[in-house]
Design a protein around this ligand. Structure first.
Ligand code: FAD
Length: 392
């Protein structure tokens, strides 16, 4: 047996023994995701246990170095872990902006002290992060951001406003883009800073959405003190780090096209939803929608895998993350359209125990934001045209 086969056998065995039964089903309600954090709300004791067991192995951040609490797996082993979790229908033990976004940026650009301070609590699910990028007049044109950080020697004083801060009211820390040199050309005077959301002057105010929930906030920053040692990388060099972090965010959001509804395929979902025990889906139009989606998803999975291999062989993910983000989000939106169609009028059930408090229509509405968050589809198409196709 090769080393990888041994690893696969051991992983399968470990997951079989340690993944609690209730964590082996697709996510189907708002509370089924595990976000961790100081004020973590677990849907069950088993969810907490699952996060803690995976965190103890470093498998909430499988490829991060062991010295920072990660699993120390190489890409091939991480893929095996994903596959074995998929075979068991195992849920993600921890959904985390720390793991998806600021962690990779710290690993590449952070000082040793920042890595030691922030990475292990992220792996353990102890600290929940939010992203302070967008502002009322700086979304697609992110480099136009106006939040200012005045240099006071050993600390900065930050003033400004962020918007669309996902889970700003639930997060413990923010990674935040600020302007540290107001005189410099747009991109040149930006820094990435980190601060605790309980710092005086930080006020997140939830915004209510079409789905009825308030997953994001306006965040007001009034004379917020940020220690100089909480700047990631060099002062005024934050734009490079911000862009690197965005490639990880886009890769993650693009991945929703494959994994957002848990590991159940759309065809399996259709069979369950319609209670089909034999034969096939009678509505031919709907059947072809499901099949077409499955084929496109399979092709997308192969493309995503190719990109992962390219990254492994040293070609950075860079602009390809725009491609994954664009296509993955379209795929995810289409999947939920089909899921809604499968349920007919019942899909609009909004507030009942049987519908898990309208989980499906609320999630369907939420997917509309996929092609906006992390940079809109139009911006991704601009990047693809310029940096991949070499047009203009
Ligand atoms: C669900 C969700 C979660 C989010 N979470 C966060 C978060 O946690 N933290 C955070 O900082 N931000 C977050 N955002 C904000 C998100 O990053 C911005 O909404 C996004 O970058 C677009 O910016 P904007 O809303 O200001 O739109 P604008 O930039 O004003 O764009 C408006 C329209 O114009 C188009 N447009 C703009 N410029 C161009 C161009 N050059 N070429 C072609 N078309 C163009 C856009 O595609 C869009 O259709 C979130 C957004 C959503 C929807």
């Amino acid at each position: 047996m090769t080393d990888l086969q041994v690893f696969r056998d051991e992983t399968r065995q470990w997951l079989e023994q340690n993944c609690p039964p209730s964590m082996r089903s697709p996510i189907n309600s708002d509370g089924s995701q595990c976000w961790g954090g100081r004020n973590a709300v677990f849907s069950s004791d088993e969810q907490k246990l699952w996060m803690e067991r995976m965190a103890a192995k470093g498998w909430t951040a499988p490829t991060w170095p062991i010295e920072y609490g990660g699993g120390g797996l190489d890409k091939a082993q991480a893929k095996v872990l994903r596959e074995e979790m998929g075979n068991l229908n195992a849920r993600s033990p921890l959904d985390s902006f720390g793991v998806w976004m600021i962690g990779p940026a710290l690993l590449k650009f952070g000082s040793e002290a920042l890595k030691q301070q922030h990475l292990p609590p992220i792996v353990r699910g102890e600290i929940r992060w939010c992203q302070g990028y967008s502002e009322p007049n700086a979304g697609s044109d992110l480099a136009g951001l106006q939040t200012k950080a005045a240099d006071m020697g050993d600390h900065f004083i930050v003033n400004g406003q962020k918007v669309w801060t996902s889970y700003g009211d639930k997060a413990d820390w923010m990674f935040c883009l600020v302007r540290t040199d107001p005189e410099a050309k747009k991109q040149s005077g930006i820094s990435l800073v980190l601060f605790d959301m309980t710092t005086p002057g930080v006020t997140p105010k939830p915004i209510k959405l079409i789905s009825g929930s308030s997953p994001f906030c306006e965040t007001f920053l009034d004379d917020v003190r940020v220690e100089t040692n909480q700047v990631v990388g060099e002062i005024n060099q934050g734009w490079t780090i911000a862009k690197y972090l965005l490639t990880h965010e886009r890769e993650m959001i693009g991945g929703f096209g494959l994994t957002d509804a848990g590991s159940q395929s759309l065809a399996e979902y259709a069979v369950d939803a319609l209670g089909i025990t034999q034969g096939r889906l009678a509505n031919t139009l709907l059947r072809s929608d499901v099949i077409r989606w499955e084929i496109d998803a399979a092709a997308f999975a192969m493309t995503a895998e190719r990109v992962t291999d390219e990254v492994k062989s040293g070609q950075g993910v860079g602009a390809t993350s725009a491609m994954l983000k664009y296509y993955g989000t379209e795929l995810n939106k289409r999947r939920y359209e089909i899921m809604m169609k499968l349920h007919g009028n019942d899909a609009m059930e909004w507030a009942s125990g049987a519908s898990n408090e309208g989980w499906l229509p609320r999630t369907w509405l939420r997917t509309k934001g996929n092609s906006i968050e992390g940079g809109t589809s139009e911006i991704q198409l601009n990047i693809i045209a310029k940096n991949i196709l070499g047009l203009g």
